[in-house]
Ligand binder design. Structure first.
Ligand code: BGC
Length: 751
């Protein structure tokens, strides 16, 4: 009995070596290869594949994360390796010295670029340009794969309606549809056309799901989201990534309706696996399996592993509960072999799809793609398109290159480190170009540029340098004032109870404004900030986010009119933190503030006489500082003639509008299509973005722009998960932003 068995497994092993050396050509062949490999794996090897370790040079003496662990099949993946050499070294142990020669997969957070940094994702989303975002994803993939990285923990697809949350910087805004469109573009960019290509990297849709709804905008906090809201607002962007072929998902940190998302059978097994048919794998967030103990969902690591494995979190990041407790759980019958096999199958499937079995090593001889001229060109284009012109009184912008004296002032005018933003991966501050560092290249030979930071750091409260800034402003014809939030105030765990300008910036602005010189504000930030005092004192405002490596050139291209702003906001900017949560696609309430735009801007009563008993605050105007979709250009656009055509054979809704460039410069307008269902089984949002187009128009040109909306895009989910597409009256707008335009009405007939 024993000998034939031994011979058989030797034969299988030999076969394994020959079969696995060539890349399976089809999905069916991958499934066969996965099955064969799985049948040879021990329980420990399976749990090893389900374990991801943090790579850091110090922990290499730790037997678990060392080469020994790889050799023994105790680890399937590392995150954060430091170089292609490290990757190759560990990979060699995996594919040449471990029993089954299963390659490792190496991941890192390539969030908005690897070495060439693009704007933070929230900034990128303001471009409303999926093609350019895809191109940036491609650059990031080419750069990071040259360092052995074949997996990024991006795109982040969380919906955030609370600017206090530091991770709003990583989102693609507040809208489910736009986030889905742009997130899918990132997936395409990272994964490329051929996943097996050495410069393709697997994407990861994170953080699944609802993480952005953290109560109070405090990171990692509890979320309570009714099923309808989950399906209509928080899930669609993840669905779009799945449809775009994303290979992995990351379960989140948050407790969702009482069940942590890293142990959530409903969202992971029911929605992701059953309803959507996702066949890649799910990785936990950093120790989010272990954190289920702190949540109070598990008593210990044993219980946490049970929850994670049962829910279908296939790979555990950093904590080791699977590896340490998997065998005992199996013995007890708390998990099943079928479950483990399913998880391992998913992980191996993705490794095969990436071609890691046939091509496990990183070619360190290929010329370095880092910071190439083309990469910097894409970074500059995306930075330019991400910036939003919020104000431009008397057309102060663009500046003339012949302006005699320009004062460049502010703590962020020459702060390279702050151009990077959060999650700057391998991007170096020294490679980021600031406004001041390139400013001289833009002004004429006879122009003078004066520079004064005013504050040593954006958060500084020491006002001793303000006097020098005022002096510079006095000598200037115009002031370019670079203010905002430094990079360390946004990103993970960087939540703020107040989202105004930090440090003594308001004092700096007031002092400079007192000179009476015209001010162009360039505002940097990882979130919508409240900066009403500064805004009131400036003639022009360019919201620049954290723009990345090419910050300075992109900003100066816009300031001097080499480029025309086309960015539009993808989050609602509140006037004050007290308005939060504030988002455009809200419900109407039974007592909405009157539609009269003037009334909506003004508090309607007093505490003694709260006229109207509307859903309002007594102490501030109700409208946001800047609405979703808002952004100006150096030219102007006029919309007219909004019409609906008779539906086509499939019942698609076809709408046309004429857009005219009524100014004197060529420009790009982001036209936005919104709908509203007037009466529904569930109450419906006052507006929902359903489509958008970037329309390039020469000065004086006009064009009829056509939108086609599939009928099902009018549907929504109820609280039992049922999809409803309801007959009745709808409104449709095509407008420059969510607060503008007059709708046309149509009726969706009974199906
Ligand atoms: C973050 C994830 C990230 C992971 C790995 C976690 O703290 O929440 O977004 O991918 O760390 O770095």
């Amino acid at each position: 009995m024993r000998l034939p068995h031994l011979l058989l497994s030797c034969a299988a092993f030999m076969l394994a070596v020959t079969v696995f050396s060539a890349q399976p050509a089809t999905e069916a062949e991958i499934e066969i290869a996965v099955g064969k490999l799985l049948s040879q794996m021990t329980l420990a090897e399976k749990l090893g594949q389900m374990s991801q370790q943090h790579y850091d040079t110090k922990s290499l003496t730790n037997p678990v994360s060392s080469a020994n662990a790889v050799r023994n099949g105790q680890v399937g993946s590392f995150l954060n390796p430091d170089s292609a050499e490290t990757v190759n070294k560990l990979q060699k142990v995996a594919v040449e010295e471990s029993r089954l020669k299963i390659p490792l997969i190496f991941g890192i957070d390539v969030i908005h670029g690897y070495r060439t940094l693009f704007p933070i994702p929230l900034g990128q989303s303001c471009s409303w340009n999926p093609e350019l975002i895809e191109a940036a994803g491609r650059v990031a993939a080419v750069e990071s794969s040259s360092a052995g990285i074949r997996w990024t923990f991006a795109p982040m697809l969380d919906i955030a309606r609370d600017a206090r949350w530091g991770r709003i910087a990583e989102t693609l805004g507040e809208d489910p549809y736009l986030t889905g469109q742009l997130g899918a573009a990132m997936v395409r960019g990272f994964q490329g056309k051929d996943l097996t290509a050495p410069d393709s990297i697997a994407a990861c849709a994170k953080h699944y799901v609802g993480y952005g709804a953290a109560e109070g905008g405090r990171d990692y906090n509890t979320t309570l989201i009714p099923e309808a809201e989950l399906r209509n607002i928080y899930l669609p962007s993840f669905r779009a990534a799945k449809e775009a072929g994303v290979q992995t998902f990351m379960s989140a940190f948050n407790d969702l309706n009482g069940v942590p998302t890293s142990g959530n059978v409903f969202t992971l097994r029911q929605v992701l696996q059953k309803e959507w048919g996702f066949d890649g794998f799910v990785v936990s967030d950093w120790e989010s399996i272990k954190e289920m103990i702190a949540h109070g969902a598990a008593a210990d690591l044993h219980g946490a592993a049970r929850l994670g494995i049962n829910a279908g979190v296939d790979m555990e990041m950093v904590s080791t509960s699977y590896r340490d407790h998997g065998a005992a759980l199996l013995r007890e019958g708390a998990i099943s072999t079928a479950m483990l096999d399913d998880s391992v199958r998913r992980i191996l499937r993705v490794k095969f799809r990436l071609g890691l079995f046939s091509n496990p090593y990183t070619d360190t001889t290929r010329p370095s793609p880092l910071l190439s001229e083309e990469n910097l060109r894409v970074a500059r284009a995306l930075a330019t398109e991400s910036m939003v012109l919020l104000k431009n009184e008397k057309s102060l912008l663009p500046l003339s290159a012949n302006t005699k004296t320009i004062a460049v002032i502010g703590p962020l005018a020459d702060s390279a480190v702050d151009m990077r933003g959060c999650w700057s991966c391998r991007g170096e501050a020294s490679e980021c170009r600031t406004v001041y560092s390139v400013f001289k290249d833009y002004v004429g030979a006879k122009s003078k540029v004066l520079y004064a930071p005013g504050l040593e750091h954006a958060s500084s409260t020491d006002t001793s340098e303000i006097a020098a800034a005022v002096k510079a402003a006095r000598k200037a014809d115009v002031v370019v004032l670079c203010i905002g939030e430094p990079h360390e105030l946004s990103g993970e765990a960087r939540c703020r109870a107040f989202i105004d300008l930090p440090g003594a910036q308001d004092q700096l602005i007031s002092a400079v404004a007192a000179t009476g010189k015209p001010i162009v504000l360039v505002v940097f930030g990882g979130r919508p900030l409240t900066f009403a005092n500064a805004a009131a004192k400036a003639q022009s405002i360019l919201y620049a986010w954290h723009p990345g490596t090419m910050a300075g050139p992109a900003i100066c291209d816009l300031l001097f009119g080499r480029a025309n702003p086309s960015g539009k906001l993808t989050t609602t900017f509140p006037r004050t933190v007290g308005q939060i949560p504030l988002y455009y696609n809200h419900k109407n309430t039974g007592r909405p503030v009157p539609l009269d735009p003037k009334a909506a801007q003004t508090p309607l009563g007093t505490a003694e006489d709260p006229k109207g008993y509307y859903s309002q605050y007594l102490d501030i105007p109700q409208a946001p500082a800047y609405p979703f979709g808002f952004g100006l250009s150096y030219t102007t656009f006029a919309y007219s003639d909004l019409k609906l055509e008779a539906p086509d054979a499939n019942g698609a809704i076809i709408a046309t509008v004429t857009i005219a460039n009524t100014g004197t410069r060529d420009g790009v307008e982001v036209a936005q299509l919104y709908t509203r269902q007037l009466v529904g089984t569930l109450t419906r949002p006052v507006k929902e973005l359903k489509s958008f187009q970037r329309v390039a128009l020469k000065a004086g040109e006009q064009r009829s722009v056509r939108f086609e909306l599939p009928k099902h895009s009018l549907g929504y989910y109820d609280n039992t998960g049922r999809f409803l597409l309801e007959p009745g009256k709808y409104h449709l707008w095509i407008a420059p932003n969510s607060a503008k335009g007059a709708p046309v009405e149509f009726v969706l007939p009974t199906q």
